[in-house]
Design a protein around this ligand. Structure first.
Ligand code: LLP
Length: 463
């Protein structure tokens, strides 16, 4: 029988094709707390609620697709990181994961610092009142203009990424009559166990200055000679979505090794080390992330131990979590447009967004979960692939997941753990409009980043 002649498609778990998925869960209505924002639950009617607001109301008020962000969860996670590291360390939220003025205000209030890596992120941070001295400025190719603005506004640190940049920042600071606090980013040669595109500490890549062949030590030597710079520490970021702490252990060992070389050569003990971000979150029930207090304990112990062995006083530690704070706090709410069963394969569920609001599946082969959220269903599970509305077959949001087989156009489905690197990497591909970010808190919802409009698109098109 041809596929088109068999519209019922693969409804049953006993005719599953090969794929990267576990067996269907016993109950598709159960929401795994690991992957959903903290205040998420289902109400008596089976509708998902978050921050005390149900998703049917959210869809009516704000439309779909929309990123729905749980403020209490964001603040709770930010506070947990801050508390875990205590007063002897600094937590810099990595704004690249997701940045908006509301987020900046929450971070400020919860006592976190902020890592930015472009003029746009810096402008957002300053416009929302983050004190400049609590901002770190990153990037492997900061423009002269970006450096000048960062120095002028008084950012707490600039993380230097190349030999040219050491000189560039020193000159700009000097020309402004300032001495800029800086760190040097080094690559420690660690292979982080994550996707190649988001691993950053092996040597053959664009970030940082290699520790190998004494290059990092030479960078330190030059930075110490320049009047425009106050070298406060060494920076290492080994990658992203990492669960295994051993990479951090090796990185800390090698960074402390460099501090020792610096002490021996220059008689200077640099006061800070930054171990970057990169801690993984749960995208599916198979992921088991660590809690901030476990991470803080592990990192502090590693650095203290390494420093004792090198007879150095322990430097102040900073970390830069992005995903681990914002990732789990949001989900993307979509409306189902079409349901297309393909016999012997899977059912394609098309939603009103796609790779323009979540490029991670196409780019990193990322795995996500999904649930029917506008109602409960006792229908049998069907193997589904959630796809977008873009003109590309790689436009996949969730590759393999189980949804109830009575799923129909008009149902709302939600993809959890989309708080990090989804809105911040969203595009206008096919001139699809980028969705809003809606914050829910204590029974209220409000838009913090509005939906893009066709006027927004046409305003840029000045030809
Ligand atoms: N610090 C530095 C210097 C970084 O480059 C990054 C991320 C972070 C901190 C924060 O890492 P996190 O804690 O969020 O893992 N677009 C990719 C991730 C790219 C990460 C880039 N740098 C993704 O969607 O997985």
């Amino acid at each position: 029988m041809s596929r088109s002649a068999h519209p019922a498609g693969p409804r049953h778990a006993d005719v599953l094709p090969e794929g990267h998925y576990s067996a269907p869960p016993a109950d598709l209505n159960t929401l795994d707390g690991k992957v959903w924002a903290q205040t998420v639950t289902r109400n008596a009617d089976g509708v998902l609620t978050v921050g005390g607001v149900d998703v049917v109301t959210l869809a009516e008020q704000h439309g779909t697709p929309a990123y729905i962000l749980d403020e209490a969860d964001f603040r709770g996670r930010a506070r947990a990181w801050r508390t875990a590291f205590g007063n002897d360390a600094d937590v810099f939220y990595a704004g690249k994961a997701f940045l908006s003025r509301a987020v900046v205000r929450w971070l400020h209030e919860e006592g976190l610092n902020l890592d930015v890596c472009s003029g746009g992120e810096l402008a957002t941070a300053l416009s929302a009142g983050m004190p400049a001295d609590r901002i770190a400025f990153h990037g492997n190719n900061k423009s002269t203009e970006e450096i000048r603005r960062a120095v002028e506004s008084g950012v707490g640190r600039i993380v230097l990424d190349s030999f040219q940049e050491i000189v560039r920042v020193a000159h700009i600071a000097q020309s402004l009559g300032k001495r800029q606090r800086v760190q040097i980013r080094i690559t420690v040669g660690v292979e982080a166990h994550t996707h190649e595109f988001i691993a950053t500490a092996h040597e053959d890549q664009k970030f940082g200055i290699p520790l190998a062949d004494g290059q990092a030590a030479e960078a330190v030597r030059r930075a110490l000679q320049l009047d425009g710079l106050e070298l406060i520490g060494i920076h290492s970021h080994i990658g992203s979505q990492i669960f295994d702490m051993s990479g951090f252990e090796v990185a800390a060992h090698r960074v402390v090794g460099l501090l020792k070389v610096i002490r021996d050569e220059h008689g200077v003990e640099l006061p800070e080390i930054d171990l970057g971000g990169g801690l993984g979150i749960a995208y599916t029930s198979d992921d088991d992330p660590r809690e901030p207090h476990e991470i803080a304990k592990a990192l502090t112990e590693i650095v203290t131990r390494e420093c004792e062995a090198a007879r150095l006083s322990t430097p102040r530690i900073s970390v830069e979590p992005g995903r681990a704070i914002v990732g789990p706090t949001a989900f993307t709410l979509y409306e189902v447009g079409t349901v297309k069963p393909l016999d012997g394969l899977r059912t394609y569920v098309s939603v009103d967004g796609g790779m323009s609001d979540n490029i991670r599946t196409a780019l990193y082969d990322a795995e996500y979960s999904v649930a029917l959220v506008s109602r409960a269903s006792d229908a049998e599970p069907m193997l589904a692939r959630v796809v977008g509305k873009h003109c590309e077959s790689g436009d996949i949001v969730v590759k393999d997941a189980f949804l109830p087989s009575d799923l129909a156009p008009g149902d709302l489905i939600a993809v959890p753990a989309t708080g990090a690197y989804c809105r911040s990497m969203a595009s206008n591909y096919n001139h699809v409009l980028r969705p809003p970010v809606v914050v829910v808190h204590e029974g209220e919802s409000r838009v913090v980043v509005r939906r893009e409009t066709e006027e927004d698109l046409l305003r840029l098109d000045v030809g």
